[in-house]
Design a protein around this ligand. Structure first.
Ligand SMILES: Nc1ncnc2c1ncn2[C@@H]1O[C@H](COP(=O)(O)OP(=O)(O)OP(=O)(O)O)[C@@H](O)[C@H]1O
Ligand SMILES: O=P(O)(O)OC[C@H]1O[C@H](OP(=O)(O)O)[C@H](O)[C@@H]1O
Length: 180
């Protein structure tokens, strides 16, 4: 089992996938958890397993997921087996909904939350430029952006409003203050 499991959360467009990919690229101990999503595999963005609703329900019923939720009209599942494959030095990064944090806290010992934030106008510009969703979906995502702000002693809140390198430096300093 991994040395640490970190749930990365924040509104759509804040940069969760971008930050996770960079953290993994720069740190060999970081392992990205691959999600199962009822979204076409061709959608781009993060590496994920695209399945139909029926396939998702069958996986859920079979106990495949350690966490699952619905958002943006899609179903998301976090495969249990991926955590079992991570070595004791590994740091698992998993992209989660803010709505499942309490369940995640109950599932993973020593769970921590990396909460990324950015102003709404920045989110809107990024989602428009990314081009994965249409205008109606982008509006719905922006409406959901402020629905909750994670709190708790296990939460590290970092702004991803500026340069990505600054964000990554701030994350590392917050996660590992002894190495700063
Ligand atoms: N610090 C940054 N500066 C400029 N652009 C950024 C920064 N971080 C991320 N982006 C860009 O913003 C867009 C959204 O990023 P990303 O897809 O990582 O967000 P996300 O939080 O995973 O969104 P979603 O929840 O919708 O999947 C991407 O096009 C990405 O390249
Ligand atoms: O607003 P909340 O519930 O925090 O997040 C809801 C969902 O939005 C994002 O999905 P995607 O990566 O854009 O498909 C997150 O990864 C999460 O699955």
């Amino acid at each position: 089992m991994a040395a640490a499991v970190i749930g990365v959360v924040g509104p759509s467009g804040v940069g969760k996938d971008t930050v996770m990919q960079e953290m993994a690229a720069r740190n060999p101990e970081v392992v990205l958890i691959r999600r199962v999503i009822t979204r076409p595999s061709s959608a781009g963005g993060e590496a994920f397993d695209g399945v139909s609703e029926a396939e998702f329900r069958a996986m859920e019923t079979a106990g495949h997921f350690i966490l699952c939720w619905q958002a943006h009209g899609l179903s998301y599942g976090i495969p249990r087996a991926q955590f079992e494959a991570i070595g004791s030095d590994g740091v698992a990064l998993v992209n989660l909904s803010r709505a499942v944090l309490d369940t995640a806290r109950a599932r993973f010992e020593g769970f921590r939350v990396l909460s990324l934030v950015a102003p709404n106008d920045v989110l809107a510009a990024r989602l428009g430029a990314r081009g994965r969703e249409d205008a109606a979906d982008i509006s719905a995502r922006l409406e959901r952006a402020g629905y909750t702000r994670p709190t708790g002693s296990d939460v590290i809140e970092i702004s991803n409003d500026g340069d990505l390198n600054d964000t990554l430096g701030a994350i590392w300093a917050a996660l590992y203050p002894e190495s700063a």
